[in-house]
Design a protein around this ligand. Structure first.
Ligand SMILES: [Zn+2]
Ligand SMILES: [Zn+2]
Ligand SMILES: [Zn+2]
Length: 153
């Protein structure tokens, strides 16, 4: 992970494009179903569960899509940096920077459920080296802070 890089946060249509190109560059197909799942996910400001996404995609396509298929696609998105799993909410968020990899830190509001995300490579690098110092190979640091957002205080 380079200390200096051109960090780009995307939103809206631009985000969908960035996600599509990140996935196809990884050698995966951007199918219509995957595009619908990403579109539904990107429409949420708060973390969405696979069930929420399954309902929305089913409604859009006019046919029932099993939550299991949605889980597989969401996992594929997480593996390829298109989405983030917010562990403490058991839910997913579209990644606003699919082109660059960070151990995102989430601030999750206990009241409204909204998750704000910050990137701080110095913090995540420290967490990774603490794990390594304890003879543990860190694959995916999960850093989440529960509390109250400005709106809910
Ligand atoms: Zn970046
Ligand atoms: Zn991030
Ligand atoms: Zn809140």
């Amino acid at each position: 992970m380079a200390a200096q890089h051109h960090h780009h946060e995307h939103s809206g249509h631009d985000l969908v494009h960035a996600a599509e190109s990140a996935l196809t560059q990884a050698g995966e197909q951007w199918t219509e179903l995957r595009a619908d799942v990403f579109g539904a996910l990107a429409g949420h400001a708060s973390p969405a569960s696979a069930y929420d996404i399954a309902d929305e995609v089913s409604a859009k396509r006019g046919k029932r899509i099993a939550p299991n298929s949605i889980y597989r696609i969401l996992d594929l998105f997480v593996t390829n940096n298109l989405a983030m799993r917010v562990e403490s909410s058991n839910a997913y968020l579209a990644n606003s920077h699919p082109g660059c990899l960070h151990d995102c830190i989430f601030l999750v509001c206990d009241e409204c459920g909204e998750a704000t995300h910050i990137d701080n490579d110095a913090v995540s690098k420290t967490v990774r080296s603490l794990a390594e110092a304890a003879d543990f190979k860190p694959e995916r640091p999960v850093i989440e802070i529960r509390g109250l957002c400005a709106e809910c205080r």
